[in-house]
Design a protein around this ligand. Structure first.
Ligand code: URA
Length: 433
């Protein structure tokens, strides 16, 4: 086998054998195949795509490139959940405890945020004392104790993805559907859960801007998961507008706690109940209607909040913040932004709002940038609200050296207004089962 032939085959749209794909992945991880040849192959994949069979082989070869997690000692059916990332997406902090309170185990490894999208690990690390690092045994202990744990991805889980992703990032080959699917699914399969729920975000703040591309990605990931022997489903959800009212780590943790307390029952709560119910249905806990009721009951009874409280404590965090938000770091600077216009809010560009939050310090411009946990934005009005000139639209928070007034102007540019009330937006656009 040689790389020249493999590149040529993909360049001409010919299928690679499973042996060729395994050889490529292991050779690249070991260092015997150079970056320049793998870059050329990635570009050929970007232009010509891969078949389902090739995508599955690539996914399995990547999964097998490093450690995998053995969940056989975990009590209950295990369900993992993945979001392709968005602005204000704190669903994992809510649906993990809800699903665990309904009798499934939710072992989850997450990443840090990069660019305008947030990362679950950063949100958790904004809780004083919270440890996101754990060995496999410790992680499994957490899951068996409370039914739910999120830790950061361990050192040698899917090393092929770390190398390939860095190369894709540098060679403009990130936006290939089979490459994204194999990158995400190799990590999910290495985690070893029985069931996988994929929340594929679509719209301005998402990786996939169009519903068609999101559907292609979601379908390919579901087929790959099922071909690998897992129960797997995907939900395509709206990320054209931010999810919930808070964007930024500490602010989002507070919003998640409010949903778990049953104090916030808007769009974020509704989406969380849907996603938690999908996890329960996959785990065999009943019909969708029964599982929605179970999820709501877990919130109303306080059992989901109790799981969250115990899981924060077991990972070293001060769960006292749930009753006293002042225990979380507070931003040094605060700025209110008022409307200059009158009308209905008919657009809230998520990507632009995510970029303002990044500018305030809530995210990372590069992998090495520090994060200001206290930074972010509260959306004081929602999509569809009627506003008059002078009404408060946003509160901006930061402890970082930045131009907060200019950030406020940019936030205003993210909004569009109309004379007539816009149509309601659906949170769940499509389910792929
Ligand atoms: N997220 C991943 O984990 N991988 C990709 O390729 C894109 C998004």
């Amino acid at each position: 086998m040689n790389m020249y032939e493999i590149i040529t085959k993909t360049k001409h749209g010919q299928k690679l054998s499973s042996d060729e794909i395994c050889w490529l992945v292991s050779g690249y991880v070991e260092g015997s195949i150079p970056d320049y040849q793998v870059s050329a192959w990635l570009m050929a994949v970007n232009l010509n795509s891969l078949s389902d069979e090739e995508t599955l082989c690539l996914t399995m070869a990547m999964k097998d490139s490093g450690d995998t997690v053995d969940l056989s000692s975990v009590k209950n059916v295990t369900v993992d959940k993945h979001s392709t990332g968005g602005v204000g997406d704190k669903t994992s902090l809510i649906i993990g405890p809800v699903a665990a309170a309904c009798g499934v185990s939710v072992p989850k490894m997450s990443g840090k945020g990069l660019g305008h999208t947030g990362g679950t690990i950063d949100k958790l690390e904004s809780i004083p004392g919270f440890r996101t690092g754990a060995g496999f045994d410790e992680f499994i202990g957490y899951v068996n104790n409370t039914g739910f744990s999120i830790v950061s991805q361990s050192g040698n889980l899917v090393p092929a993805d770390k190398k390939l992703y860095a190369l894709r990032d540098a060679t403009a080959t990130v936006d290939s559907i089979p490459l994204i699917a194999s990158s995400i699914m190799s990590k999910k399969l290495a985690m070893g859960a029985d069931c996988i729920l994929l929340d594929v975000k679509t719209g301005s703040g998402a990786f996939m801007k169009s519903v068609e591309d999101s559907e292609r990605l979601a379908s390919l990931m579901v087929r790959t998961g099922k071909n690998a022997g897992k129960k797997c489903m995907a939900v395509i959800t709206d990320m054209d507008i931010p999810l919930g009212r808070a964007v930024g780590n500490t602010l989002e943790v507070i919003e998640a706690a409010e949903v778990l307390k049953g104090n916030s029952k808007g769009r974020l709560y509704e989406l969380c109940m849907e996603l938690a119910a999908d996890m329960l249905v996959m785990a065999g806990k009943g019909s969708k209607e029964e599982c929605i009721e179970a999820a709501k009951e877990a919130v109303d009874s306080g059992r989901a909040l109790d799981v969250f409280r115990r899981s924060v404590t077991q990972q070293g965090g001060d769960a006292g913040f749930i009753d006293d938000y002042s225990k979380l770091g507070k931003a040094v600077h605060e700025c209110s932004v008022y409307s200059k216009t009158e009308g209905y809010i008919c657009g809230m560009n998520s990507e632009e709002i995510g970029l303002v939050s990044l500018e305030l310090g809530a995210g990372r411009k590069t992998k090495e940038s520090p994060v200001d946990y206290s930074a972010g934005i509260i959306l004081e009005k929602e999509y569809g609200d009627y506003v008059k000139a002078g009404d408060k639209l946003f509160t901006l928070y930061t402890s970082t050296e930045c131009n907060i007034v200019q950030a406020g102007e940019k936030a205003l540019d993210a909004l569009s207004f109309s004379e007539n009330k816009p149509e309601q937006r659906r949170c769940v656009i499509k389910v792929i089962d």
